[in-house]
Ligand binder design. Structure first.
Ligand code: ZN
Ligand code: ZN
Length: 259
């Protein structure tokens, strides 16, 4: 790990992991960590490109070897690997694309963005995801979806958080790719317990019956989300879209947890 990344860990850990959320205004008043334009969000060096300097960008935990279906990180490198879970219970989606693993410093960058509304921390990840997808679609134009669907958030949670990060990411990818996006093709019927801390079976049970498709979906859809954890949300959403008439669903996200 490069020396500069220490600054992200020491400054972030007490704030991001504290149970009490700190209002955005308070953070800037305290001057805990005021980013200047062109500054790297990880090491504070002044010469960043889309929020990260070159060494910090190269040091991000790329998800190179992974299950070709659900993007689960796998230790052994290879293109055609499928994880045990996908072999046992093939998922309804065609693939998950997630360029990074959800670990330091990506986890802290996403948490600052999601829970503290500090978009500057996710900007390099969103920009680089967009570039990654552009390259993928150049190689595999048949994977171009008709629509990007922001993973739906219950309105009450959205109000509390102030924004839906999935919609923010989908909008950015849409601007760069020209693929239209939607945040209301699928809505959440009811609130669920937060998925954090639940195992795979509990997550699937927690999500049963919560999604409703509001109109006939197009044939090919890419669901956009920030992080894929167990893939339970991806499975549930894909199933309702397929039942409503979609033919192919893929998932595009910033990062994938190790398991
Ligand atoms: Zn840096
Ligand atoms: Zn898999």
């Amino acid at each position: 790990m490069i020396k500069g990344l220490k600054s992200l860990s020491t400054l972030m850990t007490p704030k991001v992991n504290s149970a009490k959320r700190i209002p955005r205004a308070q953070i800037s008043i305290k001057g805990l960590f005021q980013l200047r334009g062109g500054q790297c969000v990880a090491c504070l060096e002044p010469h960043a490109h889309f929020g990260l300097c070159t060494p910090c960008r190269q040091d991000l935990p790329a998800n190179h070897s992974h299950c070709r279906c659900c993007a689960l990180p796998i230790a052994y490198a290879g293109d055609e690997l499928i994880c045990g879970q996908c072999l046992k219970d093939p998922p309804p989606f065609s693939r998950i694309v997630a360029p990074w693993r959800y670990r330091f410093p990506v986890d802290g960058m996403v948490q600052r963005y999601k829970y503290n509304g500090q978009r500057a921390y996710a900007r390099p990840l969103i920009q680089d995801l967009s570039t990654h997808l552009t390259l993928m679609l150049e190689t595999h134009p048949e994977r171009t979806p008709d629509l990007l669907l922001a993973s739906p958030m219950h309105p009450a949670r959205r109000r509390k958080r102030g924004f839906n990060q999935a919609a923010d990411i989908a909008e950015h990818i849409s601007r760069q790719s020209g693929i239209p996006w939607s945040a209301d093709l699928v809505v959440r019927n009811r609130r669920t317990r937060p998925q954090r801390g639940l195992n795979r079976e509990e997550r699937l049970a927690n999500l049963r019956g919560i999604y409703q498709v509001t109109r006939i979906p197009p044939a090919s859809i890419a669901i956009v989300d920030d992080v894929v954890t167990t893939g339970a949300t991806a499975r549930s959403l894909t199933e309702v879209l397929l039942e409503a008439g979609a033919r192919e669903v893929q998932i595009w996200a910033l990062a994938r947890t190790p398991g």
